[in-house]
Design a protein around this ligand. Structure first.
Ligand SMILES: Cc1cc2nc3c(=O)[nH]c(=O)nc-3n(C[C@H](O)[C@H](O)[C@H](O)COP(=O)(O)OP(=O)(O)OC[C@H]3O[C@@H](n4cnc5c(N)ncnc54)[C@H](O)[C@@H]3O)c2cc1C
Length: 390
């Protein structure tokens, strides 16, 4: 078979670009196939936030977190408890979260890949994956065909190999729904703060922050089955949770001017049955989307990219693309992601326990153990403050 590259990567999102940049740096011949354009326009619909670790991984692949796609930082967390009392916490210096424009991040990563010497074929949607004994053939909606020794599926939660090989599996404990509403203003939201309101019923939480001047996102994360049983549409369910538990949010949710579309995703998390096969490796959301609590996946995608590139570069040096060669990726991923996931499971159980949350409002040790171990810088209550600043 005649190859177009040593390694094909489907998808030029964070996982695909970071894997490709690292592989090019290791001397591999990589071709990335992306359905989108090279420089996608602004995409503020998701209200994406980069964790400190995600920012570090991006810097490690040579990306500067600067430019018109970088917005407000988040250096404080406000926990609002079921009785509407709250504690405000500061995030240690250097560990700030960062709001970004998602289209801008993808464009910057794609430019960085080109600068590193990588190749991208844009506006090509992979529709067919043909795994053969001597290589992999990808076919696109636009009639193109690409061949290589192996495929890295980095095309997200509907990745072509993930779908074609039916590798996607449910993750029952993480059957959460995310429903985000965007607002022009949200009176009383503390600046530079992740404002999370924990209700202790089915893990329901509405949390938000200012993305940039004139744009706020408040997102409900809750049990998907609870929503289904109530037979409500996403917005109705969001308003029902606000109405039931939180007059402060409800008042603003009904009053503040909304912008853009309501965004919904469910279930937030799934697993992949296998993340490697002969001549195949899955990375990023394609390998399993595992942060049901915050919806954050960029960090996992970038950490996976680092591990994937190490394993694939070693396999390419030996010209051996059998699944066994990718074992270091599976082991590394288990070690890094398993710790994160077990922490998330504990956290999710905790936020489903109303009494425990009420205790955590005053018990600093309990809160530090189950939520974030951050110093308290202020306390207060939202009870009776429905029209006042918090
Ligand atoms: C609305 C929303 C809000 C989120 N908020 C956050 C957040 O605040 N913080 C955070 O860390 N994470 C957040 N996430 C999760 C985060 O976006 C993902 O975990 C992360 O983007 C995964 O990166 P990836 O590269 O694996 O996949 P993706 O970012 O999905 O990238 C996949 C790429 O593959 C391309 N592609 C897809 N199918 C094909 C195909 N068939 N052929 C060719 N190309 C294809 C796509 O165009 C895309 O460029 C959010 C997700 C959503 C949907």
């Amino acid at each position: 078979m005649k190859y177009d590259a040593e390694i094909l990567i489907a998808g030029a999102g964070p996982a695909g670009c970071a894997t490709a940049i690292r592989l090019v740096d290791a001397g591999c011949d990589v071709l990335v196939i992306e359905r989108d354009t090279l420089t996608p326009g602004p995409d503020l619909t998701s209200g994406e936030v980069l964790s400190p670790m995600a920012q570090r991984e991006l810097r490690d692949v040579g990306l500067r977190i600067a430019g018109d796609w970088v917005f407000d930082q988040v250096d404080k967390v406000r926990n609002v408890y079921p009785d509407l009392s709250w504690t405000l916490h500061s995030v240690p210096s250097g560990l700030e979260y960062r709001h970004i424009d998602r289209g801008g991040l993808n464009a910057a990563l794609r430019q960085r890949l080109l600068q590193a010497g990588g190749r991208i074929e844009c506006e090509q949607t992979v529709t067919e994956v043909d795994m053969r004994d001597d290589g992999v053939v990808l076919r696109t909606r636009h009639g193109r065909e690409f061949r290589a020794n192996m495929l890295i599926d980095a095309a997200g939660r509907h990745g072509p190999a993930l779908t074609a090989l039916k590798l996607k599996q449910p993750e029952p404990e993480f059957r959460q729904i995310g429903i985000a509403i965007f607002y022009e203003s949200f009176e009383g939201t503390p600046l530079d703060t992740w404002d999370r309101h924990l209700y202790g019923d089915h893990g329901a939480m509405i949390s938000g922050s200012r993305i940039r001047n004139g744009l706020y996102r408040y997102i409900l994360e809750a049990d998907l089955d609870d929503k289904q049983q109530r037979g409500m549409r996403p917005v109705e369910f969001y308003e029902y949770i606000a109405e039931t538990y939180d007059p402060w949010i409800r008042e603003r949710c009904m009053r503040e001017p909304r912008v853009g579309d309501v965004w919904t995703m469910a279930p937030l998390a799934h697993r992949a049955a296998d993340v490697t096969r002969d001549r195949l490796l899955l990375v990023g959301d394609a390998a399993g989307y595992l942060s049901p609590f915050t919806g954050q996946g960029v960090e996992i995608a970038l950490r996976g990219a680092r591990l994937a590139a190490q394993a694939v570069a070693a396999a390419a040096r030996l010209d051996d693309y059998s699944a066994g060669r990718f074992a270091p990726y599976v082991e590394g991923r288990n070690a890094e992601v398993a710790t994160l996931v077990s922490h998330l499971r504990r956290m999710l159980r905790f936020v489903r326990d109303r009494d425990a949350l009420l205790r955590a409002s005053t018990d600093d040790a309990l809160r530090a153990q189950h939520l974030l171990p951050l110093p308290v810088i202020d306390r207060g209550t939202l009870r009776g403050s429905t029209t006042a600043q918090a």
